[in-house]
Each structure stands twice: as structure tokens, then as C-alpha cells.
Write a protein that binds this ligand. Structure first.
Ligand SMILES: Nc1ncnc2c1ncn2[C@@H]1O[C@H](COP(=O)(O)OP(=O)(O)OP(=O)(O)O)[C@@H](O)[C@H]1O
Length: 573
């Protein structure tokens, strides 16, 4: 192609790019290889000698792991040699599967060559770092392990309930993975709770989940996979999923987030009460970066989490200020379960270093991560790995609520599309005013939906937070009341018809409650699964949806993910 005005011929991308030859990386004991791989590029990593782990989960020797759209590090305690090879590229533009979908299967550098970087194996960035906080993190693990041992020895005592806090990109999720990986390696079965709606854990973005980890985390995909039919190299996990279709816990003054947390905590506590393995191993709670902001509202939500999950250990990464606030509010204060069990259990607050490897993920990368999570929820993952064989199955899924975030079993699913009569659906939408400054106001306007005010109903939120507020009273005295009580109306409205075009390309969650359930019940319901709106026919009042399973749409209340995860274009061609 000629460049206008310059009469220079631009070399073809393929010609510019030669696949890098396999590279060997020698890691000394206590160092890590940090790498970034763009979406669309794949890089294969093999452990040739020694031992190594990726965020707490050990790599099997001589097995090839394939990574795409990843920023991570492989750490070694005793030294190792890794082999890094370029994998095939993924067509990110035209197949409707981008960025996490089908591959060109060229075995080399294909049309998407521009996504390959110039580092080893086509990484866009890679280097070896000697300075890591892994010793600190492993000490935390052994501290937690002592608490688990105590819980095991003294029947009835709970294992550690850990809350991980910090600003965005401080490494909270990474620490959660490391602690979970180490715990499962020691045959513990911790319950991992994800309270970060920006990124799904074993589910799509916009979900808050709790999962009992009985087996190892998947190296390539982050968290492993939730149940679906077909062979799976890593045992699947079954998350309990709640839908929170907002980007930040602080939206709607935290009034939607808090009751869902209470629900989640109730389920987790019930599970711990009847499952000794879970009780001994305890809970690890990963949070959203906005809770690390230290604002009164964020502190109030932290307090809610600490209370509801009876947190015993608070880990703060990468924020001295937040650490000092947490020490002031919680260190050596009794846990909420201490008063219930008449024990003397006290909260410990610890400060941890942020890893120098933590990378800021820009909006485009996060968008690709989120789209990839949603895409894999419906389509499974492409067969990129030589470590596991791909199998096409009929898309029959036994449980559909999870599955999105990390379907590592390289299964291609076949979701079903079907036409639905919009009038037969009970669709609800959160009508919040976004607190995120860059987002436009999102007030509910019935006229947008072509329906009068009578087409939606509004019920009052029944939830009142009665949790004691002592530890934080000093914090709030200067800023006045927290403001959590000035919005008693739950911003969850039902609308009927006609369907709006804004529905197209968005997700709808199927709850477990009947269509006419009170809105507080709809908000508090766990999720059966998701459908994706492929098309809207406003005239005929019909929508075409993509569902992970065939058959009739369950007659349940539905919640629209309009604000978040929002529009995901091109899932269905
Ligand atoms: N040691 C490391 N080497 C390379 N990359 C790393 C390392 N630690 C973390 N990362 C990467 O940095 C990014 C941010 O880390 P992580 O997701 O753990 O942060 P977070 O605090 O959970 O962020 P958020 O609040 O936005 O969810 C991730 O892509 C993660 O894989």
C-alpha cells in the first residue's frame, strides 16, 4: 500500500514480522519472569527444568501452557529454565469471536501478526525481576495456615476470614490467587469471594461470586472453569453468582451492593457451618479498587464487608494511608463472630508490599478482558493449548451461572439462539445515576422505552443495615452521617414494552425468583444464568437471544445489564 503523498511503499505486516525463535529463560532462585501478551497473540511456555509457579499455582514440568491476552509472572523458589515459543495468532477483527475466540491455526504468525510483540515468543513485554514480594506473601500464607490448623484442632472454630484491600492494580486479585493456590496445594478448600464487579471470577463481569476451591487454579485462564459438559483437564468449580450490574460498589450510594454482600455472606457462612473443610480453610475476599479510595462511603462498605463476613485478617496492599485507617478502625478489635461465639478472636491488619510487576491495565485491555469473559461464557474457549485437546460438544451445560471468566478446558460450546416474545418477559433494570464522573447520567426515562409510567413498578427497598457501627464512628464524625439511609427506594424498575434498541448486544441475567417477585427479592436472588440479546425487533416486540442452553426460557425475573457489562458488540455475527 502506498502512503499518500510520500510514495513510500509500506511493507506488509507479515513481511515486517518474523516469528521469534524459541527462547530459553533461566531464572535464579527467588526471581520471576514477567510477561505481557496482547490479545490476539499467543505465547507458549514450557518448564524445562526446576520448579516454577504462576501466581501460586505450580507449573507441571514439560507441559506446554498457552497464554493470550495475559499480564502475569512465573516465579521460582529454587531456580528453573523456561522455554518460550511463539504460538499461533488469533484473528481479532473479523470473525465475531474476537478477541478470545477462534484461531487462525496457522501454527505461526498469521494475519494478526501485528498483535505479536518483539519480546521472547512474541510477548509485548517481558523481563526477569529479582525483587518480588513473594516471601512476604508466602509468610502470610503460613500465618493463615497456622490459623487453619488451630481451627482444625479446636472443633467449632472458624479458619481465617481474609479481606484484601488496596487501590486499583495493586495486585489484590493476584494475591487472592496466590493465597488460594497455596491453600489448595495444602489440600485446603477455601471459599474465594469476588467482590470486584469490574472483572468476573468464574463468571461474567458484573457478578459477585463465592466459590469453594477444592482443586487447583488453572494456569492459563486464571481461575479455572465452572461446570459445563465435556472433558476438563482441571476440575471445574461451581460459583454462587449474584448479579451486580454496576461498575463500582459505590454506585447508588452502596445501597445495592450492601444487601447483595449480606446475602453472599449469609450463603458463605451457611456453607462454612455445614462443611468442615470450608470452615477450617476459611474465606478469602477480593475487593474492587474503589474500596481502597478511603472515602467515607468506601470505608462504610469496607465496614459492611468486615461485619458480614466476620473478617479476621485485613491485608492492605500498596496504600499506607488505607493501612493506617484500617489499623485505627480494626486492628485488635474483636471480630463479629467473637461476640457470637464468646471467644476472644481479634482482627489483625497487615500491610503488604505491592509487586513491582503490577501493571496498569488500560481501558482497551480491560474491555478486551471483559469481552473475552463474556464470549467464553457462551462459546467456550478456543483450542489454543497443546496441553489439552479441544472437543466440540453440543453446548449442553449443567449449570450456566458461572463459566464465563475462565473456561480453561478448551471446549467449544454451541450456544442456542431463540426468538422471545418481549411481552412475556419480566425484565428489570437498575435506574441509577452513575457516580462515575465520566459516564453520562443514566436516569431512567420511561419514554425511552416507549412506555408510559404505568409500565414499570417501583417497590421500596426493605433492607436496613442494622450492623453495629462502633469501630468507624470516629472516622465519620468529621464527615457527618454516611448517607446510606437517604435513599430508601431501590432503583430497580420493571418495564414491559416495546423493547428498546438499547437492549441489543447486552446481557440479561436470569434470577431464581418468579417474575412478579418483590424487587428486593430480585436484587437478592442468585443467578441461574445469562442470555445475550442479539437482535431487537421493536415493531414485532420480539428479541432474539443467545443462550448457553437450548429449551424454553425459564419463567423467572430477569435483570438487564444495561450499565454494566453494557454493550458487547459482535458476539453473534
Ligand atoms: N508480579 C507480577 N508480574 C507481572 N504482572 C503482574 C504481577 N502482579 C500482578 N500482575 C498483573 O498486574 C495486573 C494488576 O494486578 P491485579 O489484577 O492483581 O490487581 P488488582 O489490585 O486486583 O486490580 P483491580 O483493583 O483493578 O482489580 C494484572 O494484570 C496482573 O496479572
Amino acid at each position: 500500500m502506498s502512503l499518500p503523498g510520500l510514495e513510500l511503499a509500506e511493507a506488509a505486516v507479515e513481511a515486517q514480522y518474523a516469528p521469534p525463535p524459541p527462547t530459553q529463560v533461566n531464572l535464579r532462585a527467588g526471581s520471576e519472569w514477567r510477561f505481557e501478551i496482547a490479545f490476539g497473540a499467543t505465547v507458549r511456555v514450557k518448564l524445562l527444568t526446576g520448579t516454577a509457579e504462576l501466581f501460586g499455582t505450580e507449573l507441571a514440568p514439560l507441559q506446554t501452557y498457552t497464554f493470550s491476552g495475559t499480564k502475569a509472572a512465573i516465579y521460582t523458589w529454587h531456580g528453573c529454565t523456561l522455554e518460550i515459543t511463539a504460538g499461533e495468532t488469533v484473528n481479532t477483527s473479523s470473525n465475531g469471536f474476537a478477541p478470545g475466540g477462534s484461531t487462525t491455526s496457522t501454527g505461526g504468525i498469521g494475519g494478526g501478526g501485528q498483535t505479536q510483540g518483539f519480546g521472547a515468543g512474541g510477548c509485548s513485554s517481558e523481563y526477569v525481576a529479582e525483587d518480588t514480594p513473594m516471601v512476604e506473601y508466602s509468610n502470610v500464607h503460613f500465618g493463615l495456615e497456622t490459623m487453619r490448623q488451630e481451627a482444625q484442632n479446636e472443633g467449632g472454630k472458624d479458619g481465617p476470614r481474609v479481606l484484601i484491600l488496596g487501590p486499583e492494580n495493586a495486585g489484590k486479585t493476584t494475591l487472592t490467587k496466590i493465597l488460594t493456590g497455596y491453600a489448595t496445594k495444602m489440600d485446603r478448600q477455601p471459599i474465594v469471594v469476588n467482590l470486584d464487579p469490574t472483572e468476573g471470577m468464574l463468571s461474567v463481569p458484573g457478578t459477585l461470586t463465592a466459590t469453594a476451591f477444592r482443586s487447583m487454579i488453572d494456569i492459563e485462564e486464571g481461575w479455572g472453569s465452572s461446570p459445563m459438559s465435556g472433558p476438563s483437564p482441571i476440575p471445574v468449580k461451581l460459583p454462587l453468582v449474584y448479579f451486580y450490574p454496576m461498575k463500582s460498589p459505590l454506585e447508588a450510594e452502596g445501597n445495592v451492593f450492601k444487601p447483595i454482600i449480606s446475602r453472599l455472606a449469609l450463603s458463605v457462612t451457611a456453607r462454612m457451618a455445614e462443611d468442615d473443610d470450608a470452615r477450617e480453610a476459611g474465606i478469602i475476599v477480593d475487593t474492587d479498587g474503589s474500596l481502597g479510595s478511603g472515602t467515607p462511603k468506601a470505608l462504610e462498605l469496607i465496614h459492611h464487608i468486615v461485619t458480614e463476613f466476620s473478617i479476621s485478617t485485613v491485608l492492605v496492599i500498596g496504600s499506607e494511608r488505607l493501612y493506617s485507617t484500617m489499623v485505627k478502625n480494626y486492628d485488635q478489635k474483636p471480630t463479629t463472630s467473637a461476640s457470637a461465639t464468646h471467644s476472644d478472636e481479634r482482627i489483625t491488619v497487615l500491610k503488604l508490599s505491592k509487586s513491582g510487576g503490577c501493571v496498569d491495565r488500560d481501558e482497551a485491555f480491560m474491555k478486551a478482558v471483559n469481552e473475552s469473559q463474556i464470549r467464553s461464557y457462551f462459546f467456550g474457549t478456543a483450542a489454543t493449548s497443546t496441553a489439552s485437546s479441544a472437543t466440540s460438544v453440543g453446548g449442553v451445560i449443567t449449570s450456566i451461572a458461572g463459566g464465563g471468566g475462565s473456561n480453561s478446558n478448551k471446549i467449544t460450546l454451541s450456544p442456542h439462539t431463540q426468538q422471545l416474545d418481549f411481552e412475556s418477559l419480566a425484565l428489570y433494570n437498575y435506574t441509577i445515576t452513575s457516580t462515575t464522573t465520566e459516564e453520562e447520567e443514566d436516569e431512567y426515562d420511561p419514554s425511552n422505552f416507549g412506555a408510559g409510567a404505568e409500565s414499570y413498578t417501583s417497590l421500596t427497598d426493605q433492607h436496613h443495615d442494622t450492623s453495629p457501627y462502633d469501630p468507624l464512628s470516629s472516622t465519620y464524625s468529621s464527615s457527618g452521617p454516611s448517607g446510606s439511609t437517604n435513599n430508601d427506594t431501590l432503583p430497580l424498575k420493571k418495564f414491559t414494552q416495546p423493547p428498546t434498541l438499547a437492549l441489543a448486544n447486552s446481557l440479561i441475567a436470569i434470577t431464581h425468583v418468579p417474575p412478579n417477585a418483590p424487587v428486593a427479592d430480585i436484587r437478592d436472588s442468585s443467578i441461574m444464568g445469562f442470555v445475550y440479546v442479539a437482535d431487537v425487533d421493536a415493531d414485532k416486540k420480539k428479541i432474539r437471544v443467545l443462550a448457553p442452553v437450548g429449551g424454553r426460557m425459564p419463567a423467572k425475573a430477569l435483570v438487564w445489564g444495561k450499565n454494566w457489562p453494557g454493550e458487547v458488540v459482535g458476539l453473534v455475527g
